[in-house]
Design a protein around this ligand. Structure first.
Ligand SMILES: Cc1cc2nc3c(=O)[nH]c(=O)nc-3n(C[C@H](O)[C@H](O)[C@H](O)COP(=O)(O)OP(=O)(O)OC[C@H]3O[C@@H](n4cnc5c(N)ncnc54)[C@H](O)[C@@H]3O)c2cc1C
Length: 415
């Protein structure tokens, strides 16, 4: 292959898609190579940024690599490609599928909770057979969280899945999200909600403060189909809860990002595994320059030429870092980059910050990989993004989306 790309992005998770889309928006010839879908399928629908200013004070945290402007630009980038998402100075809150309240930094309008001090009625609309969803517990938690609000539960049978539920099969929130995205599903939902409204009116109650809450993605955002999304008029406000696994938000966001990327002219190689890179230093003591990425795809070995490479392979969970307990080894799987590995792997308290979360690649301010011993840049035309970066913990710092989006965005600006 003699084709040459301005950038080859390795990895199709949040960081890789962000880098690929932004590079394509900037008119770059970009190829994204990915083996799988990454951790997006676990995504709640909410981008967590965490306490950005506080985290910037931690030495070596990825946020120390970016200025506030870059973080803000990344958020606006998300909002531009996903217009239903609201950027706000203040953290917003949403319901979890347990009916508890969680904070988040960038979430769709349809998840943002109303004022807790206010009053109203939540009608929890529960489609039959929804797996791992316990309406009574959820309603009790909602009541605790919103003491001034009434909470009632309404079960709903969905015609298309009636046979499944009759046979006792569980239905996932992904199955329901697919129903709500269809014209028939939207119509059924609109009718059900109309019926709720009618019942309240018949009982002589005001409907002005009723909010219907659904444990699934119900709105037509992340629509990557080429058809105009169907939007039925729904007569009461509808709110979504954040997703649980398997996540419809993550599933549709992944699809949507893929289409956004290819619509912008980005080229894609799915089911392809990057295994190594060829390149060398041009002079003694200089960083190496990668030239060809070696990729295994459909039983073939391909050599793909790039001017720049973005490593977005997702760390320990994404498959970018391999650990062999038997051989007591840990390695980065494509560029064989040196890794920061803490002395202790785990700590005694399960919910406390765990040292292994800090494993990753240390970089300079341009996200170029460093050798932690010498402090020298290893590859001059490689940028490392997302979970591959060292010194952060998405769990206790709650900044997974923030670090992935910002690093992917900034890397694309460096192409
Ligand atoms: C269970 C869970 C829930 C989460 N929920 C949230 C949330 O609600 N909000 C939030 O903000 N953050 C959340 N996060 C964190 C956030 O999703 C992560 O920060 C982010 O997914 C990391 O993205 P990434 O692109 O770096 O890696 P990943 O998403 O792991 O993607 C890595 C990609 O690289 C590919 N890959 C790996 N090796 C190769 C190779 N050699 N060749 C080709 N491709 C390769 C993988 O197939 C994959 O596509 C969650 C994470 C997890 C694990």
């Amino acid at each position: 292959m003699n084709e040459m790309w301005d950038a080859i992005v390795v990895g199709g998770g949040l960081a890789g898609w962000t880098a690929g889309i932004r590079a394509a928006q900037r008119g770059k010839k970009v190829l994204l190579v990915t083996e799988g879908v990454g951790t997006l399928f676990y995504f709640s629908g909410i981008f967590d940024y965490g306490d950005v200013e506080g985290l910037r004070h931690l030495p070596k945290h990825p946020y120390t690599l970016f200025d506030s402007q870059a973080i803000l630009q990344g958020q606006h980038f998300v909002q531009k490609i996903c217009p239903e998402y609201v950027v706000s100075d203040l953290p917003q809150t949403a319901f979890t599928v347990l009916g508890t309240v969680r904070q988040g930094d960038l979430m769709p309008r349809s998840m943002v909770l109303p004022d807790r001090q206010g009053q109203g009625t939540f009608v929890l609309l529960v489609p039959e057979g929804l797996k791992d969803f316990f309406p009574e517990i959820v309603a009790a938690n909602m009541t605790r969280e919103f003491p001034g609000w009434q909470v009632s539960v309404k079960k709903m049978q969905v015609e298309a899945l009636a046979e499944w539920t009759r046979l006792g099969k569980n239905v996932s929130s992904i199955d329901y999200a697919a129903i709500w995205r269809s014209e028939a599903g939207q119509r059924a939902l609109a009718q059900e909600i109309e019926e709720i409204k009618r019942q309240y009116q018949e009982a002589g109650k005001s409907t002005s403060q009723i909010v219907v809450v659904l444990p699934s993605l119900v709105r037509g955002y992340f629509d990557s189909s080429r058809t105009k999304p169907f939007r039925n008029e729904i007569s009461l406000p509808v709110m979504e809860m954040s997703s649980f696994v398997p996540s419809p938000h993550g599933r549709y966001l992944a699809e949507y990002l893929k289409h956004t990327f290819t619509d912008l002219g980005g080229e894609l190689m799915i089911g392809a595994r990057a295994v190594s890179i060829n390149g060398e230093a041009t002079a003694e003591g200089q960083a190496k320059a990668g030239q060809e990425l070696i990729v295994h795809s459909m039983g073939k070995s391909l050599r793909l030429k790039g001017k720049k490479f973005i490593l977005a392979t997702g760390g320990l969970l994404g498959g970018g870092i391999k650990v062999s307990m038997a051989r007591k080894s840990i390695s980065e799987g494509v560029f064989d980059l040196p890794l920061y590995v803490p002395n202790e792997w785990s700590g005694p308290k399960f919910f406390a910050p765990q040292p292994f979360t800090q494993v990753g690649v240390e970089t300079d301010e341009f996200m170029r990989p460093l050798d932690p011993t010498s402090g020298q840049v290893v590859w001059g035309n490689v940028h490392v993004v997302g979970r591959m970066l060292a010194h952060w913990d998405p769990w206790t710092q709650r900044c997974g989306g923030g670090v992935s989006v910002t690093s992917g965005y900034v890397a694309a600006e460096l192409i």
